[in-house]
Design a protein around this ligand. Sequence first.
Ligand SMILES: [Zn+2]
Length: 70
Amino acid sequence: MSHTEIETEGTGPKDFTLPEGCLVCGGDLPVRVTASGGAHAVCKQCGWFSRPVLTVKKSGLEVGYRSAMA
Ligand SMILES: [Zn+2]
């Protein structure tokens, strides 16, 4: 069982907005990172709910999506 924590304290925001991050309407997507290292986002415009997968890389924070949709 793997456990990954994102170190955001002092280094990055726990809330941020992905420009054009919504896959449905292409609007800005506010993302909230929870204390447990998970994340969720709800589009302000269309209400699309997603669980972005955050990956910390040397170049920065990479955001992906679980392929729940075909
Ligand atoms: Zn949307």
